[in-house]
Design a protein around this ligand. Structure first.
Ligand SMILES: Cc1ncc(COP(=O)(O)O)c(C=O)c1O
Length: 377
C-alpha cells in the first residue's frame, strides 16, 4: 500500500470563503503591443518626452533602494489645485496608490465588511465587484435609465436614504456608458447619507467630465473620496500610479491597508515628470476631443448605431455583422476594441476608445470594411 507520506497533494488549502466564491476580474491583457489599442481607454500615443527623459536618468542606486515618496503628494496638489476650488487641498489629502485599481481594492479592504452593502450603477467598471465580493459585501446595482443611459438619480437617492450602504461608488463619467452626474448632485448624494463612503471614480474626468473637486470642502463632506489616475491622460498605465483624494482621516484609513512600498521608483519618477507637464496632457485631451467630433460625424452620417457621451470612448452596435465577428475581424486587421458581450443593457455593442484623429481614421476605414457597408464618407 502507498504510504500517506507519498500521496500526491490533490487538494490545495482553501482560501477564505469569499475568495473561493468570487469571480475574479479578467481582462485580455497579453499580445497588445504593436496593435492599435482602442480597447482599454489608455492614452494612445504614450507619455510626455519629459517622462522618458526622467526614466532614462534613473540611477543604479535608485533601483537598489526602496522607493522614496517625499514631495509626490505636494506635486499632485500643485497639479490639481486651482484658485477656484472651494478649499485648497493639502498633501495629507492625497493617497498614493499602485494605480487606481489598488486604491479601489484598498477602499473596499478598509471599509467593506461581510454582509454590508455597497451601492453602484449598472453597467459600470468591472473591478468594483470583485473587490466588494472578496470582502463578502452585498451588491445593490441600479441600472442606467433609458436608451441614452441616464444616471438613475432618484433610485440612488432612495437607496441611500433607505439602506445607508457602507459604500456608494459612482464612476463619473461612467465606463462604459459615458454617463455623467453633475458635481452638485454628487455632493447632494454625499450629504444624504453621511455614514456612507461616497467614492467618485474620476478616471475620465478630463474628457468632458464635471469634477467634484472644485466644489467639495472635505471638512464639510468628509465621506467623499475622489479617484484620479495617470493611466488614461498621462500615458503611464504600464507604470501603475493613481491617487485617492479626500479628507485626511479617510485617506489615512485607506492607505493603512497598503504595503509600505507598493509604488515603485519608476512610477514615482515618471509621476513627478508627468505632473509638471500639464501642457502635454492638455494637448492630448484636445486632440482626443477633436477626434471624437471627427468619428461622431461619420457614425451619424452613416446611421451607425452608437452611444457617445463623456469619456474617451463610445459604444458601437455593428450594423450588418455580429459584434463578435466585427471584433475578430478588427483584431485580424490590427485593431483592438472591447466586446461588451453579456454586459447588462449593452450586450451586442463594442466599446471603442478614442485616440487621435489619425487613429480614428484608421479605425473607420477598417470598420467600414469589416461591417461590410458602403459608407457615405
Ligand atoms: C473607471 C476606471 N477606474 C479605474 C481604472 C483603473 O485605473 P488604473 O490604471 O489607475 O489602475 C480604470 C481602468 O480601466 C477605469 O476604467
Amino acid at each position: 500500500m502507498e504510504s500517506s507520506k507519498n500521496k500526491p497533494l490533490n487538494k490545495i488549502p482553501p482560501a477564505r470563503l469569499e475568495v473561493e466564491q468570487m469571480t475574479p476580474y479578467s481582462a485580455p491583457l497579453e499580445g497588445r503591443r504593436d496593435l492599435l489599442r482602442l480597447d482599454f481607454n489608455e492614452n494612445t500615443i504614450g507619455p510626455s518626452p519629459k517622462v522618458l527623459n526622467a526614466i532614462k536618468k534613473i540611477t543604479s542606486e535608485q533601483i537598489s533602494i526602496y522607493p522614496e515618496y517625499l514631495g509626490l503628494q505636494k506635486a499632485v496638489v500643485n497639479n490639481l489645485n486651482s484658485p477656484y476650488f472651494v478649499s485648497l487641498l493639502k498633501p495629507n489629502q492625497i493617497g498614493l496608490f499602485n494605480g487606481v485599481d489598488s486604491a479601489i481594492h484598498s477602499i473596499f479592504y478598509a471599509y467593506g465588511d461581510r454582509n454590508k452593502q455597497y451601492l453602484t450603477t449598472l453597467p459600470t467598471f468591472g473591478y468594483y465587484k470583485p473587490c466588494a465580493s472578496m470582502q463578502g459585501m452585498k451588491a445593490i446595482e441600479i441600472s442606467y435609465e433609458g436608451s441614452d443611459f441616464k444616471f438613475p438619480l432618484q433610485a440612488i437617492r432612495n437607496s441611500l436614504i433607505k439602506l445607508k450602504p457602507t459604500i456608494l461608488i459612482i464612476c463619473n463619467p461612467n465606463n462604459p456608458t459615458g454617463t455623467t452626474l453633475s458635481a452638485t448632485k454628487i455632493l447632494e448624494l454625499a450629504h444624504l447619507s453621511p455614514k456612507t463612503l461616497v467614492v467618485v471614480d474620476e478616471l475620465y474626468e478630463a474628457f468632458l467630465g464635471d469634477s467634484v473637486l472644485p466644489v467639495v470642502d472635505f471638512r464639510k463632506t468628509p465621506n467623499l473620496v475622489v479617484l484620479r489616475s495617470l493611466s488614461k491622460t498621462s500615458g503611464l498605465a504600464g507604470l501603475r500610479i493613481g491617487f485617492a483624494i479626500g479628507h485626511p482621516g479617510v485617506i489615512d484609513r485607506i492607505t493603512r491597508v497598503t504595503g509600505p512600498y507598493d509604488i515603485n521608483s519608476f512610477a514615482v519618477t515618471a509621476a513627478f515628470a508627468a505632473l509638471t507637464d500639464q501642457e502635454y496632457v492638455d494637448n492630448y485631451v484636445a486632440e482626443v476631443l477633436q477626434a471624437r467630433i471627427w468619428i461622431q460625424k461619420r457614425l451619424c452620417a452613416n446611421k451607425v448605431r452608437h452611444h457617445m457621451d463623456a469619456g474617451n470612448y463610445f459604444l458601437l452596435w455593428p450594423t450588418h455583422q455580429s459584434h463578435n465577428d466585427v471584433e475578430t475581424s478588427l483584431k485580424s486587421a490590427g485593431i483592438l476594441v472591447r466586446n461588451m458581450k453579456n454586459k447588462p443593457l449593452i450586450h451586442g455593442s463594442l466599446r471603442v476608445s478614442i485616440g487621435t484623429t489619425l487613429q480614428m481614421k484608421s479605425f473607420w476605414e477598417t470598420y467600414k470594411n469589416v461591417d461590410k457597408f458602403k459608407a457615405l464618407n
